[in-house]
Write a new protein. Structure first.
Lengths: 112, 113
């Protein structure tokens, strides 16, 4: 088995601040994802990466950057935090396409 | 682009009654791969079941679903709800190259004693 580790678990930021979320997986999976979870809006795809150094924009990429410098890690940057923003960011990975997606425990973001 | 529709935001029912959660999808590709994920309180989503075969029933942990390409549907069903089934259920779609996985807005299932 494997595990996906997201850091930090809780992130409190200031309006306009640049914030970085990190994700590590030891499944040796090729494909990694960042989703944003908001109540009533489901899981919305921000960025995904098919392999190391690849980046693909999802439906919610505006306001975010991502980086996949190693196969095992995928980071997400909120380029300018929005006041009163609250959401959970979930990292996930899977082997290739059409296989099971495994999720990390999430990073909870609050912006003051 | 691809989309998934889950019409019910909240389903409340009594233990022992049947469960049906609706899921329809849209894609231009002819090879959709459909998934149901379940998320219990304070946990991450995990796979419940998946299918890419038209008109074939797939089952797991008492739940079942059948992909119907003719109606673009993949409804989740269970014959008898249990208290432990209370959770958030997401329908999801992969199509085309399959790397992009699109989720619906989720249905919260609340089972009362």
């Amino acid at each position: 088995g494997g595990i996906i580790t997201q850091t930090p678990k809780f992130l409190i930021g200031q309006e306009g601040q640049k914030l970085t979320l990190k994700c590590q997986q030891n499944f040796n999976h090729d494909t990694m994802y960042w989703y944003r979870q908001d109540s009533g809006k489901g899981l919305r795809l921000i960025y995904y990466s098919i392999t190391e150094n690849d980046l693909q924009k999802g439906d919610l990429s505006e306001g975010y950057d991502a980086s996949r410098e190693k196969k095992s890690s995928f980071s997400l940057t909120v380029t300018s935090a929005q006041k009163n923003e609250m959401a959970v960011f979930l990292c996930a990975s899977r082997l290739g396409s059409q296989n099971t997606l495994y999720f990390g425990a999430g990073t909870r973001l609050s912006v003051l | 682009g691809d989309s998934v529709t889950q019409t019910e935001g909240l389903v409340t029912l009594t233990e022992g009654l049947p469960v049906m959660l609706n899921c329809t999808y849209q894609t231009i590709y002819s090879n959709p791969f459909l998934f149901w994920y379940v998320q219990h309180l304070n946990e991450s989503p995990r796979l419940l079941l998946k299918s890419f075969t038209d008109n074939k029933r797939t089952e797991h942990q008492g739940f079942h679903a059948t992909l119907h390409k003719s109606s673009s549907s993949f409804h989740l069903q269970k014959s008898s709800a249990q208290l432990s089934d209370s959770a958030l259920y997401y329908c999801a779609l992969s199509a085309g190259m399959g790397y992009k996985l699109t989720f619906g807005t989720g249905t919260s299932l609340l089972v009362d004693p």
